[in-house]
Design a protein around this ligand. Structure first.
Ligand SMILES: Nc1ncnc2c1ncn2[C@@H]1O[C@H](COP(=O)(O)OP(=O)(O)OP(=O)(O)O)[C@@H](O)[C@H]1O
Length: 261
């Protein structure tokens, strides 16, 4: 795996509806790091992530993916992107297997039948999120939390080096969060990089290398995930947004690594 930063953002500015929402953000994520992006509602987290992924244009600044400027980046299979509040159903009667298979498209130079490797990668991704038994189930029949795990499997299907996720734990219950924490730990041990928006760190906290806090589109904190400085940054937000919590060590249950049935 290359030592080039999987994601580097320099003085990025993004405007939405004539308002500057991301206001000069610089951020470099090193290979193998687990970086979490925090901040109150409307601080610009999703907008920053979308601009970094090229989903929306930036007004100015620079984004590099694995050392390549965004506009010239073609190795899309190296990135697994799980957008915010994405559901696996979206009104389409696809099975779980089909939804996850769509995450293989970036690996397939030509349209056509899925290869043996495509199928193996999909099965592997489904096993990683413990949804193998639901492969043939229409995605719309799964719970919200299960659908979120389907979308994470979709992001993993291309076997990416960088996993970018916008609130992947929204709607995921505490036990499933433990399962996700175990999964992320495994991905990190394989040298993969994770960049994730979160409101609660829960069971992920011990494995997070770095927290970046956005406030009004600017980086207000960039450093270790625990300690007084992060708490000081998080506190003003907490008064207005109680769901942005300073890292918690416990999620209130004893089971470890178990997924709900
Ligand atoms: N399509 C849009 N058009 C205009 N303004 C937008 C649009 N999307 C977001 N905004 C505004 O941009 C600001 C940043 O929004 P963004 O979704 O990036 O924040 P966030 O930190 O991800 O919030 P949350 O925690 O609620 O997801 C907000 O003030 C929001 O109202």
């Amino acid at each position: 795996m290359t030592e080039t930063a999987p994601l580097a953002v320099k003085d990025l500015r993004v405007s939405l509806a004539a308002r500057e929402v991301v206001r000069g953000v610089s951020l470099t994520i090193a290979p193998g790091q687990f970086v979490v992006l925090l901040g109150s509602n409307g601080s610009g987290k999703t907008t920053l992530m979308r601009a970094a992924m090229g989903v929306i244009p930036a007004a100015s600044g620079e984004v590099r993916l694995f050392g390549t400027p965004l506009r010239r980046f073609r190795q899309h299979q190296r990135i697994g992107y799980v957008p915010q509040r994405s559901t696996a159903a979206a009104g389409v009667p696809s099975t779980v297997h089909e939804v996850v298979m769509s995450g293989r498209l970036s690996r397939r130079p030509f349209a056509g039948l899925a290869s043996r490797d495509d199928k193996a990668a999909v099965n592997e991704a489904l096993a990683l999120v413990d949804l193998s038994e639901y492969a043939k189930t229409p995605a719309s029949e799964l719970s919200g939390g299960q659908q979120q795990r389907v979308m994470i499997a979709r992001g993993l299907a291309s076997r990416p080096d960088l996993l970018v996720m916008d609130e992947p734990t929204a709607g995921v219950d505490a036990r499933s969060q433990l399962g996700l924490a175990e999964l992320f730990g495994r991905l990190l041990s394989e040298g993969r990089t994770i960049f994730m928006v979160a409101h609660e760190l829960g069971p992920f906290e011990p494995m997070i290398d770095r927290a970046v806090v956005l406030r009004d589109g600017r980086v207000a904190y960039d450093g270790p995930c625990s300690g007084g400085d992060l708490a000081a940054e998080a506190e003003p937000h907490n008064q207005h947004h109680p769901h942005l919590t300073v890292p918690q060590h416990h999620v209130g249950i004893e089971e470890s690594g178990a997924w709900p049935a």
